[in-house]
Design a protein around this ligand. Structure first.
Ligand code: ASP
Ligand code: MG
Length: 611
């Protein structure tokens, strides 16, 4: 029988000392004894890469900037892995297990030329196979590559890049399994340091993993998950610190079957966007001027769920707290707008509930608009590339299409637009991203009652909220703003546009979004400029926020998930300042000091501690 091939990757902690390296060698030898071929990928020992960075910075008195400096930087950083591969190979040989180490140049791991952030294009497998065929274990240096077999310039993949090396090797070799050994037992329902009842997940989908990773629960390098997802690699995360025989199985990361690909496509590049989707089965409801206090969203969406209506997108706009700089107009009342979409077949039921609750809460207006549709772009290549969403807004602006609602996730952006322009929108996007648009198929609403609609909960304490008041409501404003932010490399999330109002007699909306805290200053400066250019009323920043999110790939097939989330927060007395959803995620912005209580309340409400 053909012996199956397993790629095992061991991180810095797992090879952090001589004893740990010996334990790794035993684990690898054990896998070989069980009849597998093994390729091992290792990181540098412990904090070695940090130490190398520090040395380089002492010489340069700062970070590398010129091409010549960047070249040497990769030369320097790639040495850490060269130490650990040799030590692991020696430890294996000592155990009587034939093994040898190889650098990226010796294997032929070919990358782009971008020093310190290179992407893997292609991996030569001939030499690897020669050794594997002889029954040897090959220990490959993670995190590094070369520009070409002829040129042999050394590159690195970006910090944490060894995971990416491992999964890319699994693709190139057609491995049966890729195991990532780390210092935690696997992926948990939430951060166990914040919620002691957090439970180890036996399985998670790669999409869920990508959403959670972006929320700070980063166990795997997202690029490695992206490759696993694109190529259908079976991926498992587990601990190298547990005993060899009795340890847990960790978490299996499930990916859809791979899509057929053109023969010469490179491992990491490919299209940023691989899906353009049009969903005509949408109707929009808006409650304008909803009181800003705990329990309102819960009350509304409990009512909606009780009527048997499944909600798609939900956005709740922020309530501005600061007066516009130099502005003369009076501040708006402390209220929110809540907008959501449902299937057109359920709009009557939803409207009845919305009108009744709108009346009870004395809302300014309840708007029902059946003439809307949703266009979306999706693709794992969008991760960490803020320019893609901005490009989408630009394409829609050029087609003269106004955006009514925007929903963002790591790998998907959706816009609600007027139904009459939706076809044009999908065509323009398809043409620009070079994919054929397709129609959205609704999922069946028959989820098994015994499984969880929510896989995990995450808390992000490293975000700030920015807002621009009274931006003219016409095509191109979102493209203008988010294009400028993207050009500055700012990663925007949770974009919310409020219902239109009027400013100086012109229809206008408030736009709010979150950005990573360390980019907030830069983002705020850009917002002030853009606000001036667009003659908006003012800019407002809030650094005291927390974002809690629930993630679940089957969420849309369970009615009432959002209601349950909002109810959990209401019962804990926590006010929701912003709500934004994407297909597999619902996020709420709350006061920062309520972040951890919110996380705990949500974990409990969804009974995530029970299998
Ligand atoms: N040694 C590299 C780093 O620390 C790569 C890795 O650990 O994955 O970033
Ligand atoms: Mg590391």
């Amino acid at each position: 029988m053909e012996r199956s091939l397993i790629v095992q990757k061991y991180g810095g902690t797992s090879v952090g000392s001589v004893e740990r390296i010996q334990a790794v060698a035993q684990r690898v030898a054990h896998t070989v004894e069980r009849g597998h071929r093994v390729v091992v990928v290792v990181s540098a020992m412990g904090d070695e890469t940090d130490r190398l960075v520090d040395l380089g910075e002492q010489i340069l008195q700062g970070s590398p900037t010129t091409p010549a400096q960047l070249r040497e930087w990769d030369m320097l950083l790639s040495t850490g892995e060269q130490v650990s591969i040799a030590l692991v190979a020696l430890a294996l040989q000592r155990l009587g297990c034939p093994a040898l180490s190889m650098t990226a140049a010796q294997v032929g791991i070919v990358t782009t030329r971008d020093h310190s952030r290179a992407r893997i294009l292609h991996i030569h497998t001939d030499r690897l196979w020669q050794h594997l065929e002889r029954g040897e274990v090959v220990v490959v240096a993670g995190f590094q590559g070369i520009t070409s077999l002829a040129e042999l310039e050394i590159t690195t993949l970006g910090r944490g890049g060894s995971d990416t090396t491992a999964v890319a090797l699994a693709v190139a070799l057609g491995a049966e399994l890729c195991e990532i050994y780390t210092d935690v037992p696997g992926i948990f329902t939430t951060d166990p340091r914040k919620v002691p009842e957090a439970r180890l997940l036996p399985e998670i989908t790669s999409d869920e993993m990508l959403e959670l990773a972006s929320l700070g629960a980063q166990v795997l390098h997202p690029r490695s998950v992206e490759i696993a997802r694109n190529y259908g690699v079976k991926l498992r995360v587990r601990s190298s610190l547990e005993p060899l025989q009795a340890g847990s199985e960790g978490t299996l990361i499930l990916s859809p079957p791979p899509r057929p690909r053109v023969a010469d496509s490179s491992i990491e590049l490919g299209l940023a966007v691989d899906t353009v989707e049009l969903d005509r089965d949408q109707a929009k409801l808006v409650l304008v001027g909803v009181p800003d206090r705990p329990g309102i969203a819960a009350q509304l969406f409990q009512g909606i769920a009780a009527a048997g209506v499944n909600v798609d997108l939900i956005l709740q706009s922020l309530q501005f707290t600061a007066a516009p700089a130099g502005g003369t107009e009076s501040l708006p009342q402390p209220t929110n707008d809540i907008a959501f979409t449902v299937s057109r077949s359920q709009v009557a039921e939803a409207a009845a509930v919305a009108r009744q609750i709108g009346q009870e809460l004395k809302c300014a207006a309840v708007i029902v608009d059946e003439a809307v549709a949703k266009v979306s772009i999706a693709g794992v290549g969008m991760m960490g590339r803020p320019g893609i969403a901005a490009h989408m807004f630009q394409v829609l602006a050029e087609a003269g299409i106004n955006l009514q609602m925007i929903s963002m996730s790591e790998i998907r952006v959706s816009c609600v637009v007027a139904a009459e322009r939706a076809g044009d929108a999908a065509l323009a996007l398809g043409e620009s991203f070079q994919v054929i648009p397709h129609l959205h198929r609704a999922k069946m609403l028959t989820a098994p009652q015994d499984s969880h609609p929510v896989r995990g909960v995450a808390l992000d304490l490293k975000q700030s909220r920015l807002g621009i008041r009274k931006v003219p409501d016409r095509p191109g404003t979102a493209a203008h703003l988010f294009g400028r932010l993207a050009a500055a490399g700012i990663i925007v999330d949770t974009i919310i546009q409020s219902q239109r109002g009027y400013h100086n007699g012109i229809p206008s909306t408030d736009i709010a979004f979150t950005v990573p805290q360390d980019q907030a200053m830069a983002a705020e400066a850009i917002c002030r400029q853009v606000a001036e250019e667009l003659q908006a009323a003012g800019v407002d920043a809030d650094h005291d926020i927390a974002k809690v999110s629930i993630v679940g790939a089957d969420m849309e097939t369970y009615p009432g998930v959002a209601a349950r989330l909002f109810t959990a927060l209401a019962e804990a007395g926590i006010n929701i300042e912003m709500i934004a959803t994407s297909e597999i995620k619902v996020s709420c912005v709350v006061r920062r000091d309520r972040g951890i209580p919110a996380l705990q309340a949500i974990h409990r409400a969804f009974r995530l501690d029970c299998p």
